[in-house]
Design a binder for this molecule. Structure first.
Ligand SMILES: *Cc1c(COP(=O)(O)O)cnc(C)c1O
Length: 378
């Protein structure tokens, strides 16, 4: 059997993408302007059920624009889920604002509403009204949006939903990214659909998204010459990337189905192993299962750790990764306040992401099965 690398999550093109790129070439729209950009924005907004979408060069840029539009400034407090990728929190530093990190709860692994309220009250006690909440739908599992939006309304704090990993995930049929003031998406190469690199803002506030497009194109005022009154960025998505994105949206439902099938495959294989824990969907929650993750508790597995599994898989050229290292443990954020019960630290210690591409082949699944059976003596 071949030992080609099995990736954690690799790009998976459909049949439309290349045709669309050829059309962009044929019409010479090789630019951060063009018809595929508008089309991609319309289709994304329709998919998410929001009034509008604005596509940009990355999910990180989308979060940065959301913070700019919310007028987050130096020393403003931004409450952010700790258990996430650094792309969620770097934009807080771009604005010289102060991140306060919030731990996770056990049902979704996302921001804990109790710890969030505790942090809000602690900030207000010190006379500091938090200016935004960044909540993340990690690995595609929706965060507890009803509870979080209730806190947002109670304390009047806008919510940015980082749905970079959660396109296709819903609560009660409502799309992740459509609950908060702004949702952000990523189309990086490892995400459920990709434009090679890219991101989007979605929102019902279409005026704010017009402002986002303005800031993303160097904040050029409406004049025949180049006139600027505000600081902007060069963040706009290229028409070539958007051409890929329009194609990828046509296969999104299939990609979600394939990722969910991966999760069922792992659950069938390891669901009965003592000390191995999966993350079931709460009622009414639908996860795109972007990555299949599990927790491996060595006190119950007879000493087998997640690192044992990762290294055994690596030997067979199969990529696995520990879960995200929480932001409050990162040297970059060592001075940032933190609220919660340290559950994300346990997730980091015990958790492993398994190969989850929608393009995993039967042969690859067989290699994964063999090696997992080896490690757990099944
Ligand atoms: C990928 C990702 C981002 C950033 O998206 P980019 O397009 O890579 O900038 C932000 N947050 C989370 C949770 C992500 O997984």
């Amino acid at each position: 059997m071949s030992k080609d690398k099995i990736w954690l999550s690799s790009p998976h093109m459909g049949s439309e993408e290349f045709k669309n790129v050829q059309e962009a070439f044929a019409t010479n729209w090789i630019s951060p302007a063009g018809p595929f950009i508008t089309l991609f924005e319309e289709k994304l907004a329709a998919y998410c059920g929001t009034k509008a979408a604005a596509v940009v060069q990355s999910g990180t840029a989308a979060i940065h624009l959301a913070l700019r539009i919310l007028n987050i400034q130096q020393d403003d407090v931004v409450l952010c889920q700790s258990f996430t990728f650094v792309g969620s929190s770097n934009p807080i530093l771009y604005q010289k604002a102060s991140p306060v990190f919030i731990d996770s709860e056990k049902e979704t692994w996302n921001i804990c509403p109790l710890a969030l309220e505790e942090a809000i009250l602690a900030c207000r006690e010190k006379g500091q009204q938090p200016k935004a909440i960044i909540v993340v739908h990690l690995y595609g599992m929706p965060a507890k949006m009803p509870e979080i939006m209730a806190l947002s309304h109670k304390y009047n704090i806008p919510v940015i939903e980082d749905a970079a990993e959660a396109l296709g995930s819903t609560i009660n049929g409502k799309a992740c990214g459509s609950f908060g003031d702004f949702g952000i998406l990523s189309f990086n190469g490892n995400k459920i659909i990709t434009t090679s690199g890219g991101g989007a803002l979605v929102s019902n506030n279409d005026k704010a998204l017009a402002q986002a497009r303005f800031l993303a194109t160097q904040a050029k005022d409406n004049a025949p010459h180049y006139q600027h009154s505000e600081m902007g960025y060069n963040y706009r998505m290229s028409n070539i990337s958007a051409a890929i994105g329009v194609g990828q949206l046509t296969v999104l439902a299939e990609r979600v189905a394939a990722r969910r099938a991966n999760y069922r495959f792992y659950q069938t294989l390891l669901g009965e192993v003592k000390g191995v824990h999966f993350l079931p969907e709460p009622k009414e929650y639908f996860s795109n299962r972007w990555l299949s993750c599990l927790l491996i508790d060595p006190s119950l597995t007879g000493g087998i750790t997640r690192e044992d599994v990762r290294l055994a898989m690596e030997k067979e050229n199969i990529e696995c990764r520990p879960l995200w290292k929480p932001m409050h443990l990162q040297p970059l954020f060592q001075d940032a306040p933190y609220f919660g019960n340290h559950y994300s630290e346990e997730l980091f210690d015990l958790g492993l992401c398994l190969p989850s591409g929608s393009n995993l082949t039967d042969d690859q699944q067989q290699r994964i099965t063999n090696q997992l059976k080896n490690v757990f003596s099944l």
